[in-house]
Design a protein around this ligand. Sequence first.
Ligand SMILES: [Zn+2]
Length: 253
Amino acid sequence: MTLYLYFHGDALLHTLTGELPTAPIAFDEPIDEIESEVVDSVRILTARVPKQPPPPDHEWRSLRRVLPDLQPEQFYRYSRALQLLEWHHTYRFCSRCGSPALRHGTELAIACTVCDQLHYPRVNPCVIVAIYRENQLLLARAHRFQIPMFSLIAGYVEVGETLEQAVKREVLEEVGLTVDNIQYVRSQPWPYPTNLMLGFTARYVSGDIVLEEEEIAEAAFYSPAALPLIPPIGSIARSLIDEVCAQLRSESE
Ligand SMILES: [Zn+2]
């Protein structure tokens, strides 16, 4: 079977019944890139489509919005496809000598046409942390959120840092708190654009909440019984929040 993943931005073309196309679709505008691979004996063809109305009997569905309805393996497949498209779109030249680079024949890499240097797709590690204090969980609303949603503290790992150092630094920078007992939970690739989210829990130690005002609009500790709007099911933020809340509830019984 072949599945056709047509992306416009993070919107993926679906049929009106929620299926992915299994046959190629003719668009008015030319498709500018295509990526092909076989996953679990399913051939995946991925294309970036210029902005245009969907073909008859189809619609564009944002990956973020369909996330709660996806099986994890579906999300990982779409996420990988979107990240590969982003990579092809963004990396066309050798960062060592500036010459054009072309897709390598066997490696998942581009090769410089002059100096032969290989360049692999970039993955950006990003820590995300659920901070608990007694029977409450820290949630923050970032200015970048498009809806009035509260999530966990998150940020990119800097060069030379351990993940634990990144957690401590981000928490101190964004909300002015110190934490300990940093425990890794799980990871999730996040295609906005090429992040690998590394999920942790951490225990509050000291400090009053002081916001990094350029990034965070508000932050507070919340009881599991009175949470504000939180991220959708399917996101690592939501799974960490749900698990820590379940743990806090069981401890307070
Ligand atoms: Zn080069």
